[in-house]
Design a binder for this molecule. Sequence first.
Ligand SMILES: [Zn+2]
Length: 78
Amino acid sequence: MLKRKPIRMCIVCKQRGFQDTLIRLQHKEDNIFLFQGYGRSFYVCHSCMGDAKKRVGLGKRFKINSEIFDKLLKEIDG
Ligand SMILES: [Zn+2]
C-alpha cells in the first residue's frame, strides 16, 4: 500500500499543502525556532513567511517581536 504524503495547513492563510512545502516552526519560551524534532509545532507556507505584514501578524499572534520571523526567513532562504 502506498504511504500518503501528510497534508498540513498554514496557520496564517489556512492553505493546505504537503508537509515538505510548508515551513515547520516551533513556539517555545517566547521564541520561535525551526522545528527541532520534538514538542508542539505549527506550519507556515513560504508565501506567508515571505510577506512582511503577515510576519508582523504572526508576531502579534505569538506575542513576540516579529523580527524573530524576519531572522528565520533569512535562515530558511540562506
Ligand atoms: Zn500561508
